[in-house]
Each structure stands twice: as structure tokens, then as C-alpha cells.
Design a protein around this ligand. Sequence first.
Ligand SMILES: [Zn+2]
Length: 293
Amino acid sequence: MSGSGAAAQVFGVGDVSIVKVVDVIEPMSPKVLYVDKTREDFDPHLDWLQPQFIDENRSMLLSIHSLIVQTGRHTVLIDTCLGNDKESAGFPQWNHRRGTFLEDLARAGCPPESIDYVFCTHMHIDHTGWNTSLVDGRWVPTFPNARYLFNRKEWEGIKDLPGVHEQAVLRQNLLPIVEAEQVQWVDGEWEIDDVVRLLPTPGHTPGHCSVAVSSGAGRAVITGDMMIHPVQIAEPQWQQAADADKALAAATRTAFVQEHCDTDVLVLGTHFNTPTGVHIVSQGDRTRIRLTS
Ligand SMILES: [Zn+2]
């Protein structure tokens, strides 16, 4: 499934709107995402995960989308998905894509020139792709008027990795932004309009940051890959294969679930399929979700 084509989902948080624009939705095997989990491990959770988050084949539905926070004064785009025309992207279907993301972004009222800031929760391929677009054979910033917030710790963690995949991310998605002088370096701390601020959630990568949004009585957190699938609200100790520091990531996730359980904080999962926004609630000694529309 590539490009939603459907109307964008919009979340209201106080006076702020958060617009979700999908790049791609993919069914994915638990084995790809988790260290030692299989489809059977989902059986105790199917009653609350299907049909939104697990399909009829018991594949996980992984949504790759951007969340655009409109504070009234600034427009901040969180995570830039896969992008088009990329190479060495890891999964074959992520290479040489021709998705409709930019058209969908414009249709949702957020054309590229309207974006003031871009922040990638971390510097993996599926969070940095639309940083750039291929124009006349060159990678150029997709968002011409944006400052791209680069987390120095995250950059230090990736820039010297020798793998083909990491180097492809650097070459295609990151270095062109540096060369265009559109980078604003941050150290895990940044906020704007008293509405949007970074929330360090290390483990998946060393510098990984979620994003907290607050406006009036409304509060939300955009997870990034601190948690990839809603099942982890019930099973925060499950280890994600892609977590760089698996123990730290599990500790970060467990603390997050405990801290946000039975609160009014809207949890917006960066890879949660529609409806994407959930509240964490307790059911006896278990943690589950309450869906929002
Ligand atoms: Zn991801």
C-alpha cells in the first residue's frame, strides 16, 4: 500500500493541530521487528489489536507516516518517512519508490514550502527519507524554507558507521542538508512556541528523541521508534531487533508506559496504523489502549 490517497487524519491537542500524512503502510512479520517473537506471541493480544494493528494473516501493520504539528505560528514536521528514488534502503520495496507523499502533503494543507522545521526522531532510513528529493540527479532538501533540526548525538552515532545502508542514509538523506546549510544543530533539547519540545527516549538509537506537544489542557507525545507497535504498550519488555541498546530501550519504553498510563496524554505512534492516536489505560495489572478516532 503506497500513499494513502485518503484524507489526512488530524488530531486536535488544545489549540494545536497535528496532521498525519502516510508514505506507506506495510504488513510485516513479527520476526522482522522483534528479537524472539513469532505470530503466536500475539495470540493473547489479538482481541484488542485486530483489525487495526494486526491483519487477518497475523501480520503487523506498520504505518510509515509524518506528523505535522501546526502551532499557529510554526509548522513542524516530525519524521520524513522513506522518500522516493532511494537506493540501498534495506528492504527491496523501499528502493526506487515512486510514492505520492508530496502530493498528499499538499492536499493535507502542508505543502513543502510551508514547513518551518523538520525533526527526525532518529536517523534511520524510514525517518529521514523525505529530507531530500532527487532533482536533476542531485539530492536537494525537500523543504526549501525549513530548518532541519539535527541531533548532534544522533549524527555522531551514524556518521562513521561503515555499512552500505548507513552510508546510503548519510549520502542521500543527511549530507545534502548539511551542504545546503539548512541544519540547526540541537542536543536533545529544543522547543518552540511553548508547544513542541524534544523528549529524549534513548535506546533505539543513542540520541533518539520522542516529541512532546502541549497546548492548554491538551497533551500528546509522538513516539518515534521508542515503540514501534501498540503491542508494546502491553509488552514493553519485548526487544526490538533494531534497538541499538536493547536493555536501555526496554527500560525507556517501560518507564514511558508506566508514566503515561491512565493519563490524558494522547500517544501518537510513529508507526501505529490508523487510528494511530491512543491512550494508555490500565486493566487490572495489565496495560492496554483506548482508541481515539
Ligand atoms: Zn522506524
